[in-house]
Structures are given as C-alpha cells and as structure tokens.
Design a protein around this ligand. Structure first.
Ligand SMILES: [Ca+2]
Ligand SMILES: [Ca+2]
Ligand SMILES: [Ca+2]
Length: 370
C-alpha cells in the first residue's frame, strides 16, 4: 500500500485530443487515489456538507476538499462495504444499498451505529428482489426531513419496484412498479423537485422497461410529492413518464438531477444506450412528455446537473454543456475513461474515474477539474 500524503501536485502524462475545446486537466489541487489494485475508487460521488462521500467498488470514504492529494483509505470516514451498489446521504445518516443481498444499511455520519435497516421498520425487502440496488434521499412531503427512496428491480417477476419510506422508516409512502415481466423498475431512483412546487418528486427509471413490445426501450417516471404523498401501482399509469422510442434505446440507463438555471425547479438528465442524453427542463413534467420535447445532447452517460452546467460523459471524455454548447471538456490519461461519476461542489466539479491506473494497477481516482 502506498500512501500519497505530502506528494503535492502530480504531473500527468496527458493525451491531447484536438477535437475538444480544452484537452488537458487543469492543476490538480485536490485528488483522491485508490490505494490498491482493483479499488475502483470513484464509482459514485455524493455531497456530505462541505465534504465529499466517495464510493469505490467495495468501500466508501469521506474526504475534505483541502487541496491535497490523498490515498482513499485516509478519509475521515472509511468503511469496507463488500457488494455495495448505492449510497445516499439520508438525514444525518448514510444509507448503503447492497442490491446483491437485499439489504440497506444505515450508518451515523460520526461513524457510529452501523445497523441493518430492515428489522422493525418498513424498510425491508419483500423477497429476493435486488432491494437496495439504488437509494436516494428526497423530502417528498416538504417538512424539511428527508425520506428515503429505494429501488428493487429484480423481484420474482422482474416488474421491479421503487418505494419511498418516511423519515423514520416506519411507513411506506410510495410503492410503484413496472408494468410487465422484465421491466425492472428501480435500477435508478432520484429525488428532485421537477415541477418546482416545493415538494421533492420521485424519479424512477429502468433501461430494461419494455413499452408496447419494444424490449428495453426504457422509461423514466415521476411520482409527484405533496403534503401527504401516497402512491401505489404501475408507474407507467401515473401520467408523468418519458419513454424510449425504439427497442434497446435503454432510456434511463443513467440519471442525474439538479437545478441548472436556479429557478427552483430541478432539471432531469437522462442517459440512454444509444449515445444521446436527454435534458428535461424543470417545470415541464406536467403531463406525458415525448422525447422530442427534450433537449438532446451527444453523450453516453448522464453525470450531473448544476448551476455550472450539464455534465455528461462522451467516452472517454467528460464535457460540461451550457445552452447546448460544450464549454469545457477533459481527457484523462491513456486508457482512462473519465466520468464514472461527477458532482458539483459549489463552483468546483469533481469527477470520478474508476479506471485510472497507476503503474499498471487499476486503482481509480477522484479529482477536481474546475
Ligand atoms: Ca419529509
Ligand atoms: Ca414537486
Ligand atoms: Ca431549473
């Protein structure tokens, strides 16, 4: 294990790409690197106050943005989490989803009190269903306390479901499913106030959703929040849905939400399997929406949305798009695919790159690029 404290900025061997407006990663004031081969640091990123929660393949760590280069294991919080599939900052806790074992763990942010969330609460699997494949916080009833959304895409008939549990996990507020075998709803869940009414709405997607016989065309649906949110049934009948147009479009293979224009309504960025990413303006999810009513961008993964712009991956690069134009783009090192994850932290953009190699060891890293 190599510790990197005090190494200072690292000079990268960058590969120029003349097709991009900005082809080099800027000064690496802050970076977190995997300690070992196979760490795959940077799979997912979440904000935890002023700190950043970094997920690796089988571990999570919390690091401050302090202008240093660190090893992943040196974070304030570092826990091994074999089989981790998703992470959410939920109230004053972390929710860790393990879809392979149908478990969601809760961890106090001070590192105390790791416990399974199922016993004695509504937050429990209904069977072997990949419960915890996705988790996300959202304040669906607008009381200032977060509820927790959990996706379970692989139930017995693979309809899949997405559920929202109230802030003390005592009740299930929302329980929506796919329409048919193979739909696998809940591969992606997010909380966002897409209509700007002050109540977070549940956004749930499945790239495997089959629409009128078109296998894996994909679907993203929105269940609106309210003072007393309650919903049960098939998400495709909720009205607020966006559907892929053709077989294997894979709409909803990636999902990012955030307020791009600071008007109080969150934008939704939805990836597909066919090289385009759809940007849905906040406030417009009032009825059934057609793909043609969204802004279509070239890219293969939706990464982040914030006042600094829309962030997407066009393998192997990461781009920031404002008003349809690419204003920044970065390439990694040779063989590196940037953009497993990205997050805006104020004006700074953090990008995760699980494929980053160091002396031939696949370690992964997270770095600031703005
Ligand atoms: Ca709430
Ligand atoms: Ca709303
Ligand atoms: Ca907005």
């Amino acid at each position: 294990m190599i510790f990197l404290i005090g190494c200072g900025p690292i000079v990268l061997d960058l590969e120029p790409d003349s097709t991009l407006p900005d082809t080099s990663l800027p000064d690496l004031g802050w970076q977190v690197q995997g300690d070992d081969a196979g760490a795959f640091v940077g799979v997912e990123l979440d904000a935890l106050g002023d700190e950043v929660l970094i997920s690796a393949e089988d571990a999570v760590a919390v690091h401050a943005l302090d202008g240093q280069v660190h090893a992943f294991s040196e974070g304030r919080l570092h826990i091994d989490a074999q089989g981790l599939t998703s992470v959410a900052v939920f109230g004053d806790q972390l929710a860790l989803g393990f879809g392979g074992s149908d478990t969601v763990w809760l961890l106090n942010q001070d590192l105390e009190g790791l416990h399974t969330a199922g016993a004695g609460t509504a937050l429990a699997p209904e069977g072997a269903e990949a419960f915890g494949t996705s988790v996300a916080p959202l304040d669906m009833d607008g009381d200032g306390l977060d509820e927790l959304a959990v996706g379970a895409p692989d139930d017995a008939w693979t309809f899949g479901r997405a559920s929202v549990y109230d802030d003390d996990l005592a009740d299930t507020l929302v329980r929506v499913t796919g329409s048919w075998t193979g739909d696998a709803l809940g591969e992606q869940v997010a909380g966002a106030d897409v209509d700007g009414d002050g109540y977070d709405d549940l956004v749930a997607c499945s790239a495997r959703f089959a629409d009128y016989g078109a296998d894996a065309s994909g679907l993203c649906g929105v269940v609106p929040g309210s003072a007393a949110p309650s919903s049960e049934g098939t998400i495709a009948r909720k009205g607020l849905t966006l559907r892929g147009e053709a077989e294997d479009d894979g709409l909803g293979s990636s999902l990012a939400v955030g307020d791009l224009d600071d008007d109080g309504a969150d934008e939704v960025l939805i990836g597909t399997a066919v090289g385009v990413v759809h940007l849905v303006a906040g406030g417009s999810w009032v009825d059934e929406l057609a793909l043609s009513e969204t802004e279509t961008l070239a890219g293969d993964k939706a990464l982040a949305v914030g006042p600094g712009g829309v962030v997407l991956r066009t393998e192997p690069d990461v781009s920031v798009v404002v008003d349809g134009a690419t204003v920044d783009a970065w390439s990694g090192e040779s063989g590196e695919v940037l953009g497993d994850s990205a997050i805006w932290m104020g004006d700074a953009l953090l990008v995760g790159s699980a494929s980053w190699s160091h002396y031939g060891q696949m370690r992964g890293r997270v770095l600031t690029v703005d």
